[in-house]
Design a protein around this ligand. Structure first.
Ligand code: PAF
Length: 283
Protein backbone atom coordinates (compact mmCIF):
# COMPACT_ATOMS: atom_id res chain seq x y z
CA UNK A 1 0.00 0.00 0.00
CA UNK A 2 1.42 3.38 -1.05
CA UNK A 3 0.93 6.49 1.08
CA UNK A 4 0.96 9.64 -1.04
CA UNK A 5 0.87 13.18 0.27
CA UNK A 6 1.67 15.19 -2.86
CA UNK A 7 -1.03 16.16 -5.35
CA UNK A 8 1.20 15.86 -8.44
CA UNK A 9 2.43 12.45 -7.31
CA UNK A 10 -1.17 11.25 -6.89
CA UNK A 11 -2.11 12.65 -10.31
CA UNK A 12 0.87 10.90 -11.89
CA UNK A 13 -0.13 7.59 -10.28
CA UNK A 14 -3.69 7.95 -11.58
CA UNK A 15 -2.58 8.31 -15.19
CA UNK A 16 -1.17 4.79 -15.67
CA UNK A 17 -4.37 2.86 -14.80
CA UNK A 18 -6.35 5.26 -16.99
CA UNK A 19 -4.06 4.57 -19.98
CA UNK A 20 -4.12 0.82 -19.37
CA UNK A 21 -7.90 0.72 -19.07
CA UNK A 22 -7.78 -0.27 -15.38
CA UNK A 23 -10.56 1.15 -13.25
CA UNK A 24 -9.89 3.36 -10.23
CA UNK A 25 -12.33 3.02 -7.33
CA UNK A 26 -12.19 5.88 -4.84
CA UNK A 27 -13.38 6.33 -1.25
CA UNK A 28 -12.97 9.92 -0.01
CA UNK A 29 -12.97 10.27 3.79
CA UNK A 30 -11.86 12.53 6.61
CA UNK A 31 -10.24 9.58 8.36
CA UNK A 32 -10.80 8.07 11.81
CA UNK A 33 -12.14 5.11 9.89
CA UNK A 34 -14.86 2.83 11.21
CA UNK A 35 -16.84 -0.12 9.90
CA UNK A 36 -18.95 2.20 7.73
CA UNK A 37 -15.82 3.32 5.85
CA UNK A 38 -14.58 -0.28 5.73
CA UNK A 39 -17.82 -1.31 3.97
CA UNK A 40 -17.18 1.37 1.32
CA UNK A 41 -13.60 0.18 0.88
CA UNK A 42 -14.59 -3.48 0.58
CA UNK A 43 -17.21 -2.60 -2.05
CA UNK A 44 -14.68 -0.34 -3.80
CA UNK A 45 -12.26 -3.27 -3.92
CA UNK A 46 -14.80 -5.27 -5.97
CA UNK A 47 -15.49 -2.36 -8.33
CA UNK A 48 -12.00 -1.20 -9.24
CA UNK A 49 -8.60 -2.56 -10.22
CA UNK A 50 -6.94 0.15 -8.16
CA UNK A 51 -8.49 1.20 -4.85
CA UNK A 52 -7.70 4.71 -3.58
CA UNK A 53 -8.65 6.04 -0.15
CA UNK A 54 -8.25 9.72 0.65
CA UNK A 55 -7.92 11.01 4.19
CA UNK A 56 -8.28 14.76 4.44
CA UNK A 57 -10.01 16.76 7.16
CA UNK A 58 -11.30 19.44 4.86
CA UNK A 59 -11.20 22.82 6.63
CA UNK A 60 -13.57 24.60 4.24
CA UNK A 61 -16.54 22.38 5.09
CA UNK A 62 -16.40 23.30 8.81
CA UNK A 63 -18.14 26.42 10.15
CA UNK A 64 -16.41 28.84 12.52
CA UNK A 65 -17.80 27.29 15.69
CA UNK A 66 -17.56 23.69 14.52
CA UNK A 67 -15.21 20.87 15.44
CA UNK A 68 -12.37 21.23 12.89
CA UNK A 69 -9.65 21.41 15.53
CA UNK A 70 -10.89 18.52 17.61
CA UNK A 71 -12.05 16.28 14.72
CA UNK A 72 -10.69 12.83 15.69
CA UNK A 73 -7.56 11.67 13.89
CA UNK A 74 -5.59 8.40 14.02
CA UNK A 75 -3.50 7.88 10.91
CA UNK A 76 -1.78 4.72 12.12
CA UNK A 77 -5.04 2.93 12.86
CA UNK A 78 -6.54 4.23 9.59
CA UNK A 79 -3.62 2.77 7.63
CA UNK A 80 -4.12 -0.65 9.27
CA UNK A 81 -7.81 -0.63 8.39
CA UNK A 82 -7.01 0.54 4.86
CA UNK A 83 -4.49 -2.25 4.39
CA UNK A 84 -6.91 -4.88 5.70
CA UNK A 85 -9.52 -3.68 3.19
CA UNK A 86 -7.12 -4.02 0.24
CA UNK A 87 -6.45 -0.31 -0.39
CA UNK A 88 -3.67 0.27 -2.94
CA UNK A 89 -3.11 3.99 -2.40
CA UNK A 90 -3.84 6.22 0.59
CA UNK A 91 -3.88 9.87 -0.48
CA UNK A 92 -3.34 12.28 2.42
CA UNK A 93 -2.78 15.79 1.12
CA UNK A 94 -2.00 18.74 3.38
CA UNK A 95 -4.42 21.64 3.75
CA UNK A 96 -1.62 23.97 2.60
CA UNK A 97 -1.34 22.13 -0.71
CA UNK A 98 -5.08 21.73 -1.21
CA UNK A 99 -5.77 25.40 -0.44
CA UNK A 100 -2.62 27.40 -1.23
CA UNK A 101 -2.65 31.14 -0.80
CA UNK A 102 -4.66 32.70 -3.61
CA UNK A 103 -7.15 29.82 -3.74
CA UNK A 104 -10.55 31.32 -4.58
CA UNK A 105 -12.68 28.84 -6.52
CA UNK A 106 -15.74 27.07 -5.17
CA UNK A 107 -18.43 24.68 -6.35
CA UNK A 108 -22.02 25.27 -5.24
CA UNK A 109 -24.93 22.91 -5.79
CA UNK A 110 -27.58 25.51 -5.25
CA UNK A 111 -30.94 24.15 -4.10
CA UNK A 112 -29.91 20.80 -2.64
CA UNK A 113 -27.39 22.53 -0.36
CA UNK A 114 -29.91 24.80 1.36
CA UNK A 115 -32.30 22.72 3.53
CA UNK A 116 -31.61 20.22 6.32
CA UNK A 117 -27.92 20.34 7.35
CA UNK A 118 -27.35 23.23 4.93
CA UNK A 119 -29.72 25.41 6.97
CA UNK A 120 -27.75 25.02 10.19
CA UNK A 121 -24.29 24.63 8.59
CA UNK A 122 -24.07 27.55 6.16
CA UNK A 123 -21.50 26.90 3.43
CA UNK A 124 -20.93 23.29 4.50
CA UNK A 125 -21.99 21.71 1.21
CA UNK A 126 -20.03 24.28 -0.83
CA UNK A 127 -16.97 23.07 1.07
CA UNK A 128 -17.88 19.45 0.41
CA UNK A 129 -18.64 19.98 -3.30
CA UNK A 130 -15.42 21.94 -3.78
CA UNK A 131 -13.13 19.42 -2.08
CA UNK A 132 -14.81 16.44 -3.75
CA UNK A 133 -14.35 18.13 -7.16
CA UNK A 134 -10.67 18.71 -6.37
CA UNK A 135 -10.25 15.11 -5.18
CA UNK A 136 -11.97 13.77 -8.31
CA UNK A 137 -9.60 15.87 -10.47
CA UNK A 138 -6.59 14.56 -8.58
CA UNK A 139 -7.52 10.87 -8.22
CA UNK A 140 -9.46 10.61 -11.54
CA UNK A 141 -11.69 7.76 -10.36
CA UNK A 142 -14.06 5.68 -12.51
CA UNK A 143 -16.23 5.05 -9.49
CA UNK A 144 -16.51 6.79 -6.11
CA UNK A 145 -18.31 5.46 -3.04
CA UNK A 146 -20.11 7.43 -0.32
CA UNK A 147 -22.15 6.36 2.70
CA UNK A 148 -25.89 7.05 2.89
CA UNK A 149 -25.62 8.28 6.48
CA UNK A 150 -24.63 11.65 4.98
CA UNK A 151 -27.70 11.47 2.75
CA UNK A 152 -27.78 15.12 1.71
CA UNK A 153 -24.06 15.02 0.92
CA UNK A 154 -24.66 12.04 -1.36
CA UNK A 155 -27.56 13.88 -3.08
CA UNK A 156 -25.37 16.98 -3.56
CA UNK A 157 -22.50 14.93 -4.99
CA UNK A 158 -24.78 12.99 -7.36
CA UNK A 159 -26.28 16.28 -8.65
CA UNK A 160 -22.86 17.92 -9.01
CA UNK A 161 -21.42 14.94 -10.88
CA UNK A 162 -24.33 14.95 -13.31
CA UNK A 163 -24.51 18.74 -13.71
CA UNK A 164 -20.78 19.09 -14.36
CA UNK A 165 -20.54 15.99 -16.61
CA UNK A 166 -17.95 14.37 -14.39
CA UNK A 167 -17.07 11.05 -16.03
CA UNK A 168 -17.53 8.69 -13.09
CA UNK A 169 -20.13 6.61 -11.32
CA UNK A 170 -21.29 7.53 -7.81
CA UNK A 171 -22.27 4.63 -5.56
CA UNK A 172 -24.27 5.21 -2.37
CA UNK A 173 -23.79 2.52 0.26
CA UNK A 174 -26.21 1.63 3.07
CA UNK A 175 -25.76 3.02 6.58
CA UNK A 176 -23.74 0.71 8.82
CA UNK A 177 -25.10 0.59 12.37
CA UNK A 178 -23.83 -0.48 15.78
CA UNK A 179 -25.61 -3.37 17.55
CA UNK A 180 -28.08 -0.92 19.16
CA UNK A 181 -28.86 0.70 15.81
CA UNK A 182 -26.77 3.86 16.22
CA UNK A 183 -25.35 4.85 12.84
CA UNK A 184 -21.56 4.57 12.71
CA UNK A 185 -19.85 7.95 12.62
CA UNK A 186 -16.39 9.25 13.44
CA UNK A 187 -18.12 11.81 15.66
CA UNK A 188 -19.52 9.05 17.92
CA UNK A 189 -16.03 9.12 19.47
CA UNK A 190 -16.98 12.42 21.15
CA UNK A 191 -19.86 10.86 23.09
CA UNK A 192 -19.59 9.99 26.78
CA UNK A 193 -21.06 6.56 27.69
CA UNK A 194 -24.35 8.12 28.78
CA UNK A 195 -24.51 10.35 25.67
CA UNK A 196 -23.81 7.27 23.58
CA UNK A 197 -26.88 5.60 25.11
CA UNK A 198 -28.98 8.69 24.43
CA UNK A 199 -27.87 8.63 20.77
CA UNK A 200 -30.01 5.55 20.16
CA UNK A 201 -33.12 7.80 20.27
CA UNK A 202 -32.43 8.51 16.58
CA UNK A 203 -32.93 4.92 15.47
CA UNK A 204 -35.86 4.50 17.87
CA UNK A 205 -37.52 7.53 16.25
CA UNK A 206 -36.80 6.20 12.75
CA UNK A 207 -38.25 2.79 13.68
CA UNK A 208 -41.42 4.42 15.04
CA UNK A 209 -41.93 6.39 11.83
CA UNK A 210 -41.29 3.31 9.69
CA UNK A 211 -43.70 1.24 11.78
CA UNK A 212 -46.48 3.81 11.31
CA UNK A 213 -45.68 4.10 7.59
CA UNK A 214 -45.77 0.30 7.20
CA UNK A 215 -49.15 0.27 8.96
CA UNK A 216 -50.49 2.68 6.31
CA UNK A 217 -49.98 6.13 7.85
CA UNK A 218 -49.23 8.66 5.09
CA UNK A 219 -49.76 12.02 6.81
CA UNK A 220 -46.39 13.71 7.34
CA UNK A 221 -47.91 15.76 10.18
CA UNK A 222 -48.81 12.55 12.04
CA UNK A 223 -45.47 10.86 11.26
CA UNK A 224 -43.58 13.96 12.35
CA UNK A 225 -45.45 14.23 15.64
CA UNK A 226 -44.73 10.58 16.46
CA UNK A 227 -41.05 10.84 15.46
CA UNK A 228 -40.57 14.03 17.46
CA UNK A 229 -42.24 12.45 20.51
CA UNK A 230 -39.64 9.66 20.57
CA UNK A 231 -36.73 12.13 20.46
CA UNK A 232 -38.35 14.35 23.08
CA UNK A 233 -38.41 11.43 25.52
CA UNK A 234 -34.62 11.66 25.51
CA UNK A 235 -33.77 14.60 27.78
CA UNK A 236 -30.19 14.93 26.49
CA UNK A 237 -31.25 15.33 22.85
CA UNK A 238 -31.80 18.79 21.36
CA UNK A 239 -33.56 18.62 17.99
CA UNK A 240 -31.99 20.54 15.10
CA UNK A 241 -34.46 19.20 12.52
CA UNK A 242 -36.79 16.31 11.80
CA UNK A 243 -38.03 16.49 8.23
CA UNK A 244 -39.81 14.42 5.63
CA UNK A 245 -38.64 15.24 2.11
CA UNK A 246 -38.46 13.74 -1.37
CA UNK A 247 -35.43 11.47 -1.47
CA UNK A 248 -34.13 12.89 -4.78
CA UNK A 249 -35.13 16.57 -4.90
CA UNK A 250 -35.16 17.06 -1.09
CA UNK A 251 -38.40 19.05 -1.53
CA UNK A 252 -40.71 19.05 1.51
CA UNK A 253 -43.51 16.50 1.54
CA UNK A 254 -46.94 16.65 3.21
CA UNK A 255 -47.95 13.16 2.16
CA UNK A 256 -45.43 10.37 2.56
CA UNK A 257 -44.76 7.65 0.01
CA UNK A 258 -42.06 5.04 -0.60
CA UNK A 259 -39.63 7.71 -1.83
CA UNK A 260 -39.98 9.92 1.23
CA UNK A 261 -36.80 10.55 3.16
CA UNK A 262 -37.00 10.98 6.91
CA UNK A 263 -33.93 13.00 7.93
CA UNK A 264 -33.01 13.92 11.48
CA UNK A 265 -30.29 15.95 13.17
CA UNK A 266 -29.92 16.34 16.92
CA UNK A 267 -27.34 17.64 19.32
CA UNK A 268 -26.31 15.61 22.35
CA UNK A 269 -23.96 17.63 24.52
CA UNK A 270 -21.46 19.17 22.09
CA UNK A 271 -21.98 16.50 19.44
CA UNK A 272 -24.18 16.89 16.39
CA UNK A 273 -25.57 13.58 15.11
CA UNK A 274 -27.54 12.85 11.94
CA UNK A 275 -29.48 9.85 10.69
CA UNK A 276 -32.04 9.09 8.00
CA UNK A 277 -34.22 6.51 6.36
CA UNK A 278 -36.10 6.32 3.06
CA UNK A 279 -39.49 5.00 4.17
CA UNK A 280 -40.04 2.65 1.22
CA UNK A 281 -36.57 1.09 1.37
CA UNK A 282 -35.76 -2.01 3.40
CA UNK A 283 -34.35 -1.08 6.81
O1 PAF B 1 -18.08 12.43 4.25
C1 PAF B 1 -16.92 12.87 4.44
O2 PAF B 1 -16.10 12.25 5.10
C2 PAF B 1 -16.52 14.20 3.82
O3 PAF B 1 -17.59 15.10 3.82
C3 PAF B 1 -15.91 14.07 2.42
C4 PAF B 1 -16.91 13.51 1.41
C5 PAF B 1 -14.68 13.18 2.47
C6 PAF B 1 -15.47 15.45 1.91
O4 PAF B 1 -14.54 16.04 2.76
Amino acid sequence: MKIITSIVHMQALAIAPEREGRRIAFVPTMGFLHEGHASLLREGRTRGDVLVLSIFVNPIQFGQNEDLDRYPRDMERDCHIAESCGVDIVFMPTAAEMYPSGFQTGVTVQELSLPLCGASRAGHFDGVATVVTKLFNIVRPDVALFGAKDYQQLAVIRRMTEDLNMPLEIIGMPIVREADGVAMSSRNAYLTPSERQSASCLIRAIRRARELFAAGERSVAVLLKATRAVIELEAAAIIDYIEFRDCVTLQEREVADDSTLLALAIKIGQTRLIDNSVLGELA
